[in-house]
Ligand binder design. Sequence first.
Ligand code: HEM
Length: 461
Amino acid sequence: LPPGPWGLPVLGYLPWIDPKAPHLTLAGLARRYGPTFSLSLGRVCAVVLTDPRSIRTLLAREGATGRAPLYVTHGIMHGYGLICAEGARWKDQRKFVHNWLRTIGGTKLGTQRRLMERLILQHAQELVQHIDTVLNGAVDPLAALRHHLGSLVNQLVFGRRYPREDPQWAWLQQLQEEGCKLIGVAGPLNFLPFLRFLPTFRRTMTFLLEGQQQSHLHYQALANQMDASLPHSAAPLPSLLEHFLRQRRLSPHHAFRCDRQMHHLLADIFGASLDTTLATLRWFLLYVGLDQPLQRRLRADIGAAVGQRAPSLDDAAALPLLQACVAETQRIRSVLPLGVPHGALEELEVDGFRVPRGSLVLLLQWAVHMDPARHAHPETFEPRRFLDAEGRFRTGPDFLPFQTGKRMCVGDELARQIMFLFLASLLQNFRVEVVGEVDLEGVAGITLSPRPYQVVFRRGP
Ligand code: HEM
């Protein structure tokens, strides 16, 4: 096994992991034990990788495509959906989602890229209109971002959207937000399932399971409604729900097209799209809002390349600094600082060490992105590190926000499209100033998100 710290019987190293910042505890261990180390988390053997070369080598292996044996996620998902699926189900669902994304223009070569661009822009423009109603006053941008990004994601996943004050939408947002806080990769319940008998953990599990049950009932009602109207209508950009129902009509006995699979898949894609992009946009506004000279330059670039018309995905090449700021945001505050852990389906080998079958494999993005040997002055927000000598945007092998290999994020291109068009639209219209105290450490849950902060949006230069 790779070297690593000793732990207590039953608990392993869990008592020493900072629940508020597990990425910092693990990055500290990498400094002590080397770039590949192991530790026990409860009874689970965890192998932690912090060298991007080792990460790439291991994640290219079929035997590393399993998911980690985590009690909370496995206990809730039971291997359904895509994110926690393994084996034949995972392969089928991954292909299914990839095909859907290609059909709707959410991939690099998607046929409907223009339609997707128009859909994203429509939601970005509504966000701009919303912000116009709170100009010149201090506001937390969270609620507006969550509503408008959430509307886009609702449209993509369910083919419907909700008015801002809709009680059902408020309930779905609350479930999502609370759930994200409660499901952390390094949470003790993941490794010590007996903790569910203690009141605090029992409340967590009850909240998660009841939330899941109620949201699945809601999805089923949406599916029934849509199924009834399928023969009469076909959306130009079919939602994931519509795509699923149509495919199911073509092969009704397919093993992975049952209702339960559909509920989990819808929840996975909704959550994977919204939490990550939302946290990234919030970090971006915080860092760029703190650096006015950088923001002036960004806004001047957008003014020159886009002028008054709506931004387009084709503008990306003319806006390398904006792309670099998005990448720098993803580097300096990895929204998934522990990555999404994998599970070893068979015994594997990495850097000359053994990775036993069934172990949890942690790809510690935080350590890769904050390593001073790979990114000079890692705590400084310096987007120009992603520009080459000619000023073109480029990323290198030490940048892995979407992980890599066979299970790499399937929505990476869609995420880039959304973030680019939302941010270009915002900065084209507004100057953003951060006001009051800020905390740049963030809060770790399923994602690392900023603590609440306030900005003032202003029109004009
Ligand atoms: C800034 C935004 C995003 C970030 C940083 C991000 C990051 C990641 C990471 C690190 C993984 C784990 C890959 C692995 O296990 O090796 C992942 C998986 C995944 N992402 Fe994303 N993601 C983002 C946006 C999206 C979007 C917009 C979608 C919508 C389709 C999406 C869908 C998924 C899915 C379904 C998986 C599981 C893939 C699998 O298990 O095969 N993500 N993402």
